[in-house]
Write a protein that binds this ligand. Structure first.
Ligand code: SF4
Length: 149
């Protein structure tokens, strides 16, 4: 049986992004085939119960690591704080990792949930990781992005 890996649903072609679109990555699909990995599609923001399409969110302070410790803050573009649902989406994604025995995740970089090397803070791209990435890494999973392939 092939090994499972969590994959950002939008990279697999599912229209889960805040604008209702996907971000299909042929490189990711080819990588999964070549490595004989069984993708488990996850969208932490949909798992948190957020609608699609939805308003974009970005960090006002810190990154996903800081959100886990209570020192970061994440807001929607209309000014509503969204830290709690993003934490919930991260927890749900970790639950799916455990249910499927997944030890790794291949995530879409730049997202406030899935970011691996970078996130958006106050509309600027900065170094940091998303909330779900931070929680999965803290729980021992290997998390990498489409840019690492
Ligand atoms: S939360 Fe992750 S999986 Fe969902 S749309 Fe954003 S980058 Fe893709």
């Amino acid at each position: 049986m092939s090994q499972t890996i969590l994959v950002s649903a939008c990279l697999l072609g599912l229209p889960t992004r805040h604008d209702g679109r996907s971000k299909t990555s042929p490189e990711v699909l080819q990588y999964l085939r070549e490595k004989n990995l069984q993708p488990v599609p996850v969208c932490p923001e949909q798992l948190a119960g957020l609608p699609t399409p939805r308003l974009p969110c970005s960090f006002h302070s810190g990154d996903g690591t800081d959100l886990l410790t209570g020192s970061g803050r994440l807001y929607r573009s209309d000014g509503r704080e969204m830290s709690a649902p993003f934490l919930q989406g991260a927890e749900m994604t970790l639950t799916i990792a455990r249910l499927t025995g997944s030890q790794a995740a291949l995530f879409k970089d730049g997202s406030p949930s899935c970011g691996v090397h970078g996130i958006c803070r106050r509309q600027q791209r900065v170094v940091g990781q998303g909330v779900t990435t931070a929680l999965l890494r803290r729980s021992g999973l290997l998390v990498y992005s489409e840019a690492d392939l």
